[in-house]
Each structure stands twice: as C-alpha cells, then as structure tokens.
Design a protein around this ligand. Structure first.
Ligand code: GLY
Length: 560
C-alpha cells in the first residue's frame, strides 16, 4: 500500500467510520417527561446551562424529591437506566436502598412467627438505607458535565422558596394524615397548624433545602457521613429504627449491565435484578413472540398476554432477589428456549389456574414511586424510576433534615407466603438479610427499532412491569406516545389469581369471553399508573414527550 492510500485509509477510519457503539443519529432536540412540570422545567434549566441528559436527571430527581416528596426523595432509592450516545454504552445505576446491618429475616414477625401489623410499613424500622443521594452524586461525577452543586440548585431553590400545593399532593396528605401527624417534623411541613394545606398554599422546606445544600457542597459525604448522618441515625433510633452510622457510610451505588433482548425487530433494554422488570419483560415477550399476535382476535391476544404475565410473575416470586445474595438464573429466564417450554403449558382457549403452575413460592413490594424519561439533543438518554415505596414512605421525617424515610423493607418477603402491601408473595430469594437490596418492580426501559426510539417507565408497584409490557406491545404495533400513555390497562400477577383491569379496558362481550376461558376478571375502582414517555421517530425526526393523562405531569420538547 503506498503512502497516500495508507493515509486515506487512516483518514477514513478516524473521520468517517463511527467509533464502535457510537450513535450515528443525533436528535437535535431534547425532551423530558416527568410527573411534575417544575421537575421538567428544572431539567430544561440544566440543559440550557450546558448540562447533558445525566445532569438533567440529577435536577429532575432532586426536584421530584421536593415537589413530590410523597413519592420519592433523598430518603429513598432509584434505578437510573442510562444510554451514552458517544460510545453507545447502556448501563443501569442501581441506587436502591439496602437493609441495615442489624436487619434479620424475622424482624417483622412476633414471637409466634406471625407478621406484626404494619411493622414493615410504618415508622423508621421499615426504612432501608437510602440510595438517592449517592446515586445523584455518582451520576454527576461519572456521567454529567456540570458539577453536582449546579444541578441541585433548582431543588434547593424550590425547597427554600416553596411551591404550590396541587390536587394529588393534597389527596396524599389527606390519605396519610394519621401517620404524618405522628411526627412533628413532617407535620410542620404538611399539616401546618394541624390542617391539610389548601390547593395553591405554598409548601416551604427549609430543612430539606439545608440537606440538599450539604450534598451540593460535600457530595455523598454530605449525607452519609458527618453531622447529617449523625442526625439521621439518632432520629431513626429514637423512633425504634436500627440504623447505624456505619450503615450510612457503607452505602454504595452499583453499576449493572441491563437486560437486553429482541422482540419482533425491536431491541429492548431494561432493568436487571434487583429489579424484576427486565427479566419479567424478556420472559413475557419471549413467550408472546411464539404467537402471530397481529393475526389473532383481541380476546385471544389478551388471554395469551395474561398467561405470559402469570408465568413471569410466578418466576419473579420463585427466583428473583438481590444477585449479591442469591443466584438469579437470568440467562435461563430470558432465554427464548425457556419461553418455548412455558408456551407448551398455555392452552389457546383456557386460563391456567395459578395454583396449577409448579413451585409456588410466595414475594413483595409497593406502589408509590415516580418515573421520568429524558433524551438530550446529542441522543443521551435516561429512564429513571425513583421510590420511597408507599405515599410518604414510612411517614417519618427525621427532625432537622426535611427527609421522609422510605418503607422499602416491605418490598422484602417478610415471611414466605405473606403478601405485602401490594399482595405480592415471595420466598427465600427475597428474604430480609443485612446489606441486601429488596426486590423491586421498577422497570425503566428503552426500546429501539428501525422506526425509532422509546424511553418509558411508570410507578405502580407490582403493576409497573405489566404497564411497561403493554406500552412496549403498543409501540411495536405502531402506536404513538399519546395513545400508549392513554391505553386502558390490565394486569395479572400470578397470585392473587385475578385478571384486573381499568374501566374501559374491555367491552362487556370481551369480559364474557375471557370469563368463559376461566379468567377471573375484576374491574378496579380506579385508574392506575403515571407513565412518562419520550419517543423519537427516525423518519420524521419528530421527538415527543408525553405524560400519563391520569395525573398532572409535565412533558416538553426543546429544539437545540
Ligand atoms: N417500591 C416499589 C418497587 O421498588 O417496586
């Protein structure tokens, strides 16, 4: 090869051929869908300051912890699924809570081995060691462009200056008034003068602003060590909790390889254990890939989808837990051959009673949680689901911190066969153990195909995974973002053996035919989920951000 040809080859490799894994497309637009307009605006503010999707995720997460503190916050945990455009890296930042070192498998049982009523739900004994502060610090340091302190500014401002009460927040305060009233720090914020605040009253949280400032100036150390850590531990222990300063100092974020699989031409990337999401989605979609869904009637399609849900949730109860403590057979559960075996037990015209499935092992989890999706103009993306478990977590706000603690200990299986707050059952794989992460259904997910990109996720406890499944099926069928979030939902979780659905999900005739197949169909008295979606259509170059119409979210797109 002469010199000129060698030069040209090097020139081509360096300038024309993409770096391995690098994204070739650039959206040129940024989009954020979150559960509150102020969180979405905060993300935009940070993008405008030169931040990327990961900096925006720090800002959105921190603001959600201020304006939706009944759903998520510094006292809770999160799974943040990231895609970095420059090298195509997909990774999940696991900032899930862990059980304190003094936790024990029988800690929520009385001397006769019976569950102690609400012990895993109310008060600081129910709280795992929080992961969000470490998660935000990690995200800024490893993936962001801006300093953590800069991305935390919108949250600090909103905590200090306040924000107006909105309907959903007021509903949550009313529902949890009893437990909030038990602790003066929480009451001072949400029950001033003993009264539920009115719509548009301003909520100010000076202690929370100080805690955020401590993290802004010292990073994770500003929460997990020093004064703040001492305050957290003494507050928790004074109210019956078991945290120690070592528990806080020892907390670590874990980077995990996502679950990745293909379904009908789409590449799906989702959350690995200790989330049950990615494994269950792979299992369900692998089962469904064996049927010509587009050519069969809707009732049979729903029936087959429910049978796939039933089998994936059985496997969730039997096999899934923290991979640092139990061997989770991810490869087997996500393999198409495994799904082929499961398909052989599905009858086309009959529901399988759940107790006919082998190996019943009773698991656990909660509902209140929040999700956001972000795409920046360079194609970096974040799907993040954050939680403190049920509304206001364990209800306890540590005095002088403004932080509500989670009650994620209820996501463990407190005893085989004992259902948790969301009627999920589980076994040894998800038993309580010191330093262990409790199993979760949080399922931040990306899907890519020739058509484009989908970033999605939702809160909703045990129903998160089936909501994401229905969203994926709808998108793969060609639906747009708005119809995906509006879609009326149905769900089956193995036990209890009911096909539950939102009003309007099925016609009377469809219900009759499903019942004739042996499904126990039950209409729920409320709508559920709060899905946040960003889509990017490669042909039209359209980027869309949409929030679930069931709630008051905030979704916007900006051109850069
Ligand atoms: N606490 C809800 C979940 O992690 O699934």
């Amino acid at each position: 090869m002469n010199r000129l040809r060698a030069f040209l080859l090097v020139f081509l490799i360096v300038t024309v051929l993409p770096v391995q894994g690098q994204d070739l497309r650039r959206p040129g637009k940024a989009a954020i869908a979150s559960a509150h307009p102020l969180a979405t605006e905060a993300g935009h503010e940070i993008l405008e300051q030169g931040g990327n999707a990961f900096d925006a995720a720090v800002a959105v997460s921190a603001v959600l912890g201020v304006v939706r503190s009944f759903k998520a916050g510094l006292g809770g945990g999160a799974f943040l699924l990231l895609h970095r455009a420059e090298d195509g890296l997909d990774v999940m930042v696991d900032a899930r809570e862990v059980a304190p070192a003094a936790a024990a498998p029988d800690m929520f049982l009385d001397e006769k081995g019976k569950p102690i009523g609400r012990a895993s739900l109310d008060g600081p004994l129910a709280a795992g060691i929080p992961g969000i502060p470490a998660g935000l610090d990690y995200l800024a340091e490893h993936y962001g462009r801006l300093p953590l302190a800069q991305s935390l500014q919108p949250a600090i401002r909103l905590a200090r200056e306040g924000f107006p009460v909105y309907e959903r927040l007021q509903t949550a305060v009313k529902a949890k008034k009893g437990i909030i009233a038990r602790w003066p720090a929480a009451s001072a914020v949400y029950l001033p003068g003993g009264v539920v605040p009115g719509i548009d009253d301003i909520v100010v949280q000076p202690d929370l602003a100080d805690t955020l400032e401590s993290i802004a100036s010292e990073g994770r150390d500003g929460f997990y060590t020093g004064d703040l850590a001492r305050r957290l531990v003494s507050g928790v222990r004074a109210e019956g909790g078991i945290w120690t300063e070592e528990d806080l100092a020892n907390y670590r974020v874990v980077e995990r390889e996502p679950v990745v699989f293909n379904y009908r031409g789409a590449r799906i990337i989702s959350a690995p254990p200790p989330s049950a999401g990615g494994v269950a989605l792979a299992d369900m979609l692998n089962i469904l890939s064996g049927y010509p869904l587009a050519d069969i009637d809707r009732v049979t399609r729903v029936h087959l989808t429910v049978e796939a849900m039933r089998r994936a949730y059985r496997d969730r109860a039997e096999y899934l837990g923290d991979p640092a403590f139990v061997r989770v057979p991810v490869k087997m559960l996500t393999h198409p051959m495994y799904a082929a075996g499961q398909r052989t037990s599905i009858l086309q015209d009959r529901a399988t009673p759940s107790d006919m499935l082998p190996g019943y092992v009773p698991s656990s989890e909660g509902d209140d949680t929040t999700h956001f999706s972000i795409l920046d103009a360079d194609g970096n993306r974040v799907a993040a689901t954050l939680s403190i478990n049920t509304w206001f977590g364990c209800g306890y706000m540590v005095p002088g911190t403004g932080v509500f603690l989670n009650n994620e200990m209820d996501d463990f299986s407190i005893k085989p066969g004992v259902a948790n707050v969301f009627q999920l059952v589980g076994g040894d794989a998800n038993a309580v153990a010191p330093g262990k992460r409790m199993l979760s259904s949080m399922s931040p997910t990306f899907a890519e195909s020739e058509r484009g990109l989908l970033i999605l996720g939702t809160p909703g406890g045990s129903r998160i995974i089936t909501m994401v499944l229905l969203g994926l099926l709808d998108w793969i069928d060609g639906a747009d973002a708005r119809s995906i979030v509006s879609l009326r939902r149905y769900h089956h979780q193995y036990q209890p053996d009911f096909l539950v659905h939102e009003e309007g999900a099925f016609s009377t005739d469809e219900i009759r035919r499903l019942e004739a197949m042996g499904h126990k169909v039950q209409k729920l008295d409320r709508l559920y989920g709060n899905m946040q979606i960003v889509t990017w259509d490669y042909d039209s170059e359209e980027v869309e951000a949409v929030s679930d119409p069931r709630n008051q979210g905030g979704a916007s797109v900006w051109i850069y």
